[in-house]
Write a protein that binds this ligand. Structure first.
Ligand SMILES: [Zn+2]
Length: 134
């Protein structure tokens, strides 16, 4: 089995609903997504996938949709206020935890045909969450 990994750094804001810790308030993180692909076979170039393909598709999407955006649950009461003031937000169906953001990026990569097996989302230098294929 071959395995390749690419890291994509981005900044995001969020806050968590139904949570008592510091992340209950609006704040930001310097996050890093670590995306891992696997394949039993290599292509004619001897690659699982050209790293630049991940950059072209997944990095571009993260840059445009998540980077420097406020990631909020759609039920967050602050959402209408931020939208009314033209603040850039990304609305999520789930609480915007590191787990949910890892799943979001995983699902995007799967939908775009990447043989992704795992996405980790580093929220700080010491904490990360991983979502992987069953
Ligand atoms: Zn946080």
């Amino acid at each position: 089995m071959y395995r390749i990994t690419r890291e994509i750094s981005f900044c995001y804001g969020h806050r968590l609903l139904n949570y008592e810790g510091k992340c209950r308030y609006l704040h930001g993180h310097n996050g890093k997504a670590v995306i891992t692909l696997e394949s039993h076979q290599l292509d004619e170039r001897g690659m699982v996938l050209d790293f630049s393909e991940l950059k072209r598709v997944v990095s571009t999407w993260i840059d445009s949709k998540l980077d420097h955006k406020m990631l909020l649950h759609r039920d967050d009461p602050v959402l209408p206020l931020l939208l009314a003031h033209g603040e850039p937000v990304f609305v999520m169906d789930a609480n915007p935890t590191a787990e949910s953001i890892a799943r979001l990026i995983f699902d995007f990569a799967v939908e775009h045909g990447f043989p992704v097996v795992e996405v980790s989302l580093w929220e700080t230098e010491t904490c990360y969450a991983t979502y992987r294929a069953e």
